[in-house]
Design a protein around this ligand. Structure first.
Ligand code: ADP
Ligand code: NI
Length: 227
């Protein structure tokens, strides 16, 4: 039987592990991403009636070994989360739910469905996706693009809406291209009512940003015509 004390200790140990591992990460997957996702996931879970312990562990471990940094492997993240939680003697039912969250959470291409099997997973996925849109999402996108030597924009590239994880993983697009292949699609893929509501404003901000970006690319500034 897991007591509240041991739940708190498991969260504390997991937080220390993740904080140390990701503190100086430079691609937008740093500790503060994990911390924002954790806080937002817990807030969404509260509104939606999801279990806070599973939600918090799922959020803390969701990027523990992301496929983007492990040659596209979708197995290493869930396996790492499983062995970590088992080492802490976490309740096997909780371990299974958290492992499922880690396995299911990621975006895998525009035409690839990524359903979550638990309400807790839906809260974590909404929070993770929220951190990919809005002002923070814009900042993270260019941080990631820079880390991959991607151009910020290539007006000659076509938007690709990938229909398999393999195609998505192997494709190379500009950072602005990533808005069209993923970021602008996220608003309509939120799972929870709370997530859908929060996503609206963040989505609008990205649309305004892209408007300005394209105008400036053409040498114009909105509301100001050069003399
Ligand atoms: P997910 O697991 O759903 O991909 P993450 O927490 O790993 O979510 O964060 C993904 C973020 O990484 C994206 O929202 C974006 O900011 C950045 N990213 C991923 N792929 C690209 C890309 N090809 N170009 C620019 N940014 C990218
Ligand atoms: Ni994430």
């Amino acid at each position: 039987m897991i007591t509240n004390d041991s739940s708190a200790q498991i969260v504390k140990d997991t937080e220390s592990l993740v904080r140390e591992k990701f503190m100086d990460e430079g691609t937008g997957h740093d500790w503060w991403h994990i911390d924002r996702v954790r806080k937002l996931a817990i807030a969404i879970a509260k509104k939606e009636g999801a279990d806070p312990f599973v939600t918090e562990l799922g959020a803390l471990l969701h990027d523990i070994a992301d496929h983007k940094f492990h040659g596209g492997s979708l197995d290493i993240g869930p396996a790492t989360a499983k062995s970590w939680l088992e080492k802490l003697n976490c309740d096997p039912a909780v371990v299974q739910k958290v492992v499922d969250i880690v396995a299911q959470v990621s975006f895998k291409g525009a035409a690839v469905k990524t359903p979550m099997s638990t309400l807790e997973g839906e809260c974590v996925q909404d929070a993770d996706r929220m951190d990919a849109i809005g002002a923070i999402g814009i900042a993270r996108c260019f941080a990631f693009g820079g880390s991959r030597d991607q151009p910020i924009y290539n007006p000659e590239e076509e938007t690709k809406l990938h229909d398999s994880f393999e195609a998505y993983h192997n494709s190379k697009s500009s950072s602005i291209g990533h808005f069209y292949e993923k970021l602008l699609l996220l608003k309509d893929r939120m799972n929870t009512a709370t997530g859908k509501k929060i996503a609206v404003q963040r989505h609008e901000l990205m649309e305004r940003f892209l408007d300005h970006f394209h105008l400036e690319w053409e040498g114009e500034v909105k509301g100001d015509s050069p003399d």
